[in-house]
Each structure stands twice: as C-alpha cells, then as structure tokens.
Design a protein around this ligand. Structure first.
Ligand code: KIV
Length: 278
C-alpha cells in the first residue's frame, strides 16, 4: 500500500518481535490516526489499531461498538503514517468467534485492505482453532488473554483476572493454547501481577502487559490514556506521560477569547493585495 510517510530502512516484523522473548522489552502503543502514527513511529516497536478506537475516538461505551469498516479505515490511516513499526489491527467482536472460516475471511480482508502486518483476537482455548487457521493462512496473530474487553457484557463488567488459583490455572491453559496455535505474541490484560509474571515464564512467545506485570516481555497502553487525553476516569494501570486534555482545553479557551475580542486573526494571518505566501 502506498504511503506518504517517511520511508524507514525496514519494518519491524512479527517474527523479529517474537525473537525478542526475554530480551529488550517490546514497546507498544495503540494508534488510530495518521498524525499520531507518524509521531509514535520512531519510538515504538508495534502500533496496535485497537478496537478501543470505538470508545476513544467514536464515543461508544465499550469496544463492542467497533466494526470491520471502522477497524479497516483506522488501519489504513495508521499504515499511511508509519514506516518502521509493526502494525497490528484488532479483529472486532463478531468477526472471528463463530466459525474458523469467517475468522480467516475477516483476517484476510483486514490485511488485504490495510496492508497491516498482523491481527489480534481476544481469547484463549475458545478461539485457538481460529488463531491456528489464520496463522496457516499466512497471517501473523497476536493473542489477547486475561481481561477481555469484548466480553464485558457477558462478564457483567471489567473484572481483574487471576485472583483465585482456579482462574490462574485457566489463564495458564489459555496462554499455552494461544502459543500452541502459533501466535507470535500475546497481550495479557488486567491480570494480577504474579500470575502475569508466571505466564511470561511459562510460554516461549513474548507477553505484552497492560495492567499486568513489569516482568512481561513488553508493555502497551492506549495512546489517549498515555498522553492525558482521556476525559473520563483514568484507569489505575495507566501512567500519563503528558496532560493534553489541559493543553487542548486551554487552547480552546484562548482561541474563544481571541475570536470574541477580535484579537484573532491578526494582520500576520491575513492576505494583502500584493502577492504573499499562503
Ligand atoms: O483495543 C485495545 O486498545 C487493546 C489494548 C488495550 C491491548 O486491545
């Protein structure tokens, strides 16, 4: 796919990330738009076009609002803005759970229409057959276990995982199933620290933590959380590296004052009859 972003020497591939198990931590952030993808690209190993886009940019209450068309449009924008990082696109709810055939067809459509390098699916044992079939079709897969946002309605809320021994065992089984199915890495979300660390020790593919453990092989955050653009509740597992909501709010306040007082536009923003630059 053509891109007007600066061309890097080479892309980081899923295979290269997989080989980093136990080595330098893998840096991941979500990205949904062209300008953010351009800004993140020199600094991160992986950009995830997460289905969190439905909440973060489109105002849906959960990720259940994400659609194939939405994921593809944002995947295309992120691909245009990146030239170095590995780009992974989330498969939205309803695109992979029912049959293996539908999962493969939807993964193929995402890769064909965006040019992304891998897809991500939520679940362990329950969707291992889908992961295996997508991998056999030649598409790298990132797994996602622990707290699964697409299951929020079934679970009656966002529940931290691994608090009981029985639940921890289920997570170990899920992690092994995702690994055996051929995923190149797996996100562990919202899982108690010792269990996330133990999963990381037990499997040979990199684990990417979010609300999980510093022992994971990499970390991911939702970009709007990381730059302080989240206007509702900021989750406990988030570290804000900037406070852009204050910057944006102040800019809007200053602009409104300038327009109302006719301080903007100033002479430097206006065109005269003589030729000048736009
Ligand atoms: O959709 C998303 O942003 C994600 C990350 C939280 C891992 O799946």
């Amino acid at each position: 796919m053509a891109s007007d972003a600066p061309v890097a020497a080479s892309r980081i591939t899923p295979a290269e990330l997989s080989a980093r198990k136990g080595g330098e931590p893998i840096v991941c952030l979500t990205a949904y738009t062209y300008p953010i993808a351009r800004l993140l690209d020199p600094h991160v190993d992986l950009q995830l076009v997460g289905d969190s886009v439905a909440m973060v940019l489109h105002g849906h209450p959960t990720t259940l609002g994400a659609t194939m068309d939405m994921m593809i449009a944002h995947g295309q924008a992120v691909m245009r803005g990146s030239s170095r990082a590995c780009v992974v696109v989330d498969m939205p709810v309803g695109s992979y759970e029912d049959t293996v055939e539908n999962a493969v067809a939807c993964a193929q459509r995402i890769v064909r229409e965006t040019g992304c390098h891998a897809v991500k699916l939520e679940g362990g044992v329950a969707i291992a057959a889908q992961i295996a079939a997508i991998v056999v079709a030649g598409i790298p897969v990132m797994g996602h276990i622990g707290l699964l946002p697409q299951s929020v309605e079934k679970e009656g809320g966002y529940k931290i995982k691994g608090r009981s021994e029985a639940n921890a065992e289920l997570l170990y089984t899920d992690a092994k199933a995702v690994e055996a199915a051929g995923a190149f890495s797996v996100v562990i979300e919202g899982t108690v620290e010792p269990v996330a660390a133990e999963i990381t020790r037990r499997i040979a593919i990199p684990t990417i933590g979010i609300g999980a453990s510093a022992q994971c092989d990499g970390q991911i955050l939702v970009i709007d959380d990381a730059i302080g653009l989240t206007v509702d509740r900021v989750p406990k597992f988030v570290k804000e590296y900037a406070l852009l909501r204050d910057t944006v709010s102040k800019a809007a306040e200053d602009y409104a004052r300038d327009v109302r007082s006719r301080a903007f536009p100033g002479p430097e923003h206006l065109f005269s009859l003589s030729k000048d630059k736009a």
